[in-house]
Design a protein. Structure first.
Length: 335
């Protein structure tokens, strides 16, 4: 609250923040102080799913002006390395990323960011939708890496926010049928709301039994599995479920070492792919939202003012609802 208002650099913009979503990684840093090799050593501002209003532009900025409503892409390359040159800037080892130590995030009143990674929102796209472009981008990147296309049969493992955006994107990209699993009946109901064709509430089935249920519901084994939990048993089920010659994309992050039936995948030519965040997705997402081809509004189940951030984080930690959204601008009551 008492931080000085930052001054934008030549190629930066200063933003009055509006909507910021809480991500599982934000909660994890808050609770544990680290994710893998990323360790919080100093106080850090959280938040990386964000949209706000430009209030000041640097001297080198020409495509944005004060008053523009923008969505913020949180990953900004620091140097033009080989990954950037090949269009895969998300893999650049020196990338700046909001709320990843030691880089501050944007859960605050005022925030400055690289202008090139701020995208103007059309009038018919709300601030909340702008903030949801970040998780939506994970779905876009994962489904692209998976090769979802017309008629694809898709298995999504996990019905949290990332599982749900993968359902939305897979259906938009032409998937004929999507089946999704989760422990929670309420989350599976939300998956139905956003377009899942079939749901499986997992109780204590073995990975092979889960795979068998997936095949039974789809009428065949899916060509594509998108694993969004990071849980060992779910990764195992993903391998068993995926059709020979198909693709398993690992989106969820769990323990560093997991035991998986790798020979089963190898002899059936199941491709296992990872994703790291996303790249080149904001223009695509904005076009989809503006044209109403995708609807992410049902994902937001809770809203809190910035003053109640702790309550918002506690709500997310308890697993209530789907996406918790913080409102950083007390003068604006628009979504």
């Amino acid at each position: 609250e008492n931080r000085p208002i930052p001054e934008p650099g030549p190629n930066e913009v200063l933003l009055r923040m509006h909507s910021v979503g809480i991500c599982g990684s934000d909660v994890h840093y808050w609770q544990h102080g680290r994710i893998g090799d990323f360790i919080v050593k100093d106080p850090m501002v959280l938040g990386h799913e964000a949209a706000g209003t430009v209030i000041k532009v640097g001297v080198g900025v020409s495509h944005l002006k004060p008053g523009d409503r923008v969505a913020i892409e949180p990953g900004v390359p620091r140097e033009m390395d080989d990954f950037c040159k090949s269009g895969r800037y998300n893999l650049s080892p020196t990338i700046f990323f909001c709320a990843t130590p030691p880089d501050d995030g944007n859960l605050c009143r005022y925030y400055k960011h690289s202008a090139s990674y701020c995208y103007k929102l059309p009038d018919n796209v709300t601030f909340e939708e702008g903030a949801l472009i970040e998780p939506l981008s994970v779905g876009i990147h994962a489904c692209k890496r998976a090769g979802v296309t017309l008629g694809s049969k898709v298995f999504v493992s996990g019905s949290g926010p990332i599982g749900l955006v993968n359902v939305i994107v897979a259906k938009m990209m032409g998937a004929a049928a999507v089946v999704i699993t989760d422990l929670s009946a309420t989350r599976l109901q939300k998956a139905k709301e956003v377009g899942a064709d079939f749901t499986i509430q997992v109780k204590n089935e073995s990975p092979q039994e889960v795979a068998s249920k997936v095949e039974s519901l789809l009428g065949c084994m899916p060509e594509i599995t998108v694993e969004c939990t990071g849980v060992q048993a779910c990764i195992q089920a993903g391998i068993y479920a995926t059709r020979s010659g198909g693709t398993l994309v690992l989106v969820g992050l769990g323990p560093e070492m997991v035991t998986v039936p790798i020979v089963n995948a190898a002899v059936r030519e199941v491709d296992i792919r990872g994703i790291f965040r996303y790249c080149n997705t904001w223009p695509v997402a904005i076009a989809l939202l503006a044209s109403k081809r995708v609807n992410v509004r049902p994902l937001v189940t809770h809203r809190f003012p910035l003053e109640k951030a702790l309550e918002a984080f506690e709500t997310t930690k308890r697993g209530e609802g789907v996406k918790v959204m913080l409102k950083c601008d007390p003068t604006d009551h628009n979504p």
